[in-house]
Design a binder for this molecule. Sequence first.
Ligand code: PEP
Ligand code: MN
Length: 358
Amino acid sequence: MVIMTRAGMPRARVDALRERIERRGLRTHVVYRDTRTVVACAGDASGADVDAWRADPDVESVASWSRPYRLVSRDAAGSSHTTPIRIGSAPDAVVGGAALVMIAGPCSVERLDLLRDAACGVRRGGATALRGGAFKPRTSPYAFQGMGVEGLELLAQVRRETGLPVVTEVMDTRHVDVVAEYADVLQVGARNMQNYALLAELGRIGRPVLLKRGLAAPISEFLLAAEHIMARGNADVILCERGIRTFETSTRFTLDIAAIPVLRRETHLPVIVDPSHAAGDAALVPALSFAAIAAGADGLMVEVHAQPELSKSDREQALTLTEFDALMRAATPIAAAIGRRMPAARPAQMMPAAHGAI
Ligand code: PEP
Ligand code: MN
């Protein structure tokens, strides 16, 4: 059972409602939205009198669910709309709005000048946010593991210079607070999608989380991972399809395009697509991006490098800045065909001075 309260209800009334529900032997999890509160009830609801709860003066609507996830489910939103999640202060920095979001930048933070060049370039091309890993999950322990906190410092500096919000990965519960200090959006990588201790920690922070689908996770497990974050109190979860492991070896992973409409049906959370890790090859990234937009994604996260040949990780899949610009232009009519729009390129005169603070 998922209960939506009436608009503008004070917390004391929400608490009293929870108490009434819990007296019936159910547990409650609460998510505070703009004006309404969603109360997900867990436990044996078979004896719950749904009509009686519907008649409660504090209750706007009651949905009974048939799925294992509750707060993430479309039922919990009480509408067919995607819940918009703000990731920065610019008008278009909203995932799930009319404009698609473009999160672009290098795989990893490596050097201030390279990060700055990538950020200025993608910003000019219309990017909404800058990506870059400071803590890197690498298959080999001998590969570059990221710059850690020093990398977070560089991201913060480039954000000051460009105004772009920063999306960066957190791998470890011990780093959640320090990453949240620097990042606008905390990314959970595919390999950590089922790190429940990490998801729980991210439930208590006041920053949006970008949750990537696990390499071998069915959509139901992906949604339950998001539920772990929401059940701890963080309502701002963005889902990211990034390819799954199949028998196919001609791409790094297999981009599951069908996941986009399936997720749209199942959840009110916004969904973006990472074509770079799915493809593993820069030449394939535009086609996968177009397919994702056409299938209804709310945005893309793409790896872009100022000088891909210097990249310390995922070199083969990094777009150059010129390729990024071309992708943005070519995607424009595709977005328009389904009633969305790409974020607009910014003329050079709108750019803040490269070395000045914003
Ligand atoms: C990344 O986006 O930097 C990354 C490591 O991706 P994934 O977790 O999807 O492999
Ligand atoms: Mn990468």
